[in-house]
Design a protein around this ligand. Structure first.
Ligand code: VGL
Ligand code: ZN
Length: 203
């Protein structure tokens, strides 16, 4: 049984959004197509309250994309994005959602960011995703969505730590920074993860 996890397919990460991933919208038709090969499909949604600690605008004198120390870990100062109940936080309008059985929200704690759909960046609180997948007997997880080297990467790494098999579908994701994604792929493979193209998914 194969499980597809669609990471943050939200308007703010698409061209024209506040934290746009180059060509991020190109993944939507690919994700719609591959859904037919999966038995279980779930999604994550970046879901920040106003004034979230990851926003540069929440810190006086801080500029977008610089880094700060936030409770002992490095935090990138992001533009405001995926604010709860805004259009930017909605899924891309062309994403097929009829087979998505559950949506796990993350980044809701105003003081901590959450790249992984399993845990916040401080690893203090679980979203419940791991327990959900285990109860569903899901073992073989495939990841797509945005952004490749951030939320997709951190979720896939946590999946491996949680004992799941993790595969990233490369043409169903896009990176904010191509060089960082290259490094992330090497790291994931070293941990036992796989990177494949959507045409290699057996149905
Ligand atoms: C993401 C930066 C900040 C992502 C979320 O979904 O990759 N990146 N929040
Ligand atoms: Zn975010």
């Amino acid at each position: 049984m194969k499980t597809l996890i669609i990471i943050d397919p939200q308007n703010d990460f698409m061209p024209g959004g506040s934290l746009a991933v180059p060509n991020g919208d190109e993944i939507i038709p690919v994700i719609n197509k591959i859904q037919e090969s999966f038995d279980l499909i779930i999604a994550s949604q970046d879901w920040h309250p106003n004034g979230h600690a990851s926003f540069a605008s929440s810190h006086k004198g801080k500029k977008e994309f610089e880094t700060i120390d936030l409770k002992g870990i490095e935090q990138v100062m992001w533009p405001e994005h995926c604010v709860q109940n805004t259009d930017g936080a909605e899924f891309h309008k062309d994403l097929k959602t009829s087979k998505i059985e559950a949506i796990f929200r993350k980044g809701t704690n105003p003081e901590i960011d959450s790249y992984s759909a399993f845990y916040d960046n401080q690893h203090l609180k679980s979203t419940g995703l791991s327990g959900y997948l285990k109860e569903k007997n899901a073992k073989d997880l495939y990841f797509c969505g945005l952004a490749a080297e951030i939320c997709v990467h951190f979720t896939a790494k946590d999946a491996i730590k949680e004992g799941f098999k993790a595969t990233i579908i490369e043409d169903a994701t896009r990176a904010l920074n191509a060089g960082d994604f290259k490094k992330a792929k090497v790291e994931l493979k070293e941990l036992g993860g796989r990177i494949i193209s959507s045409n290699a998914i057996e149905s």
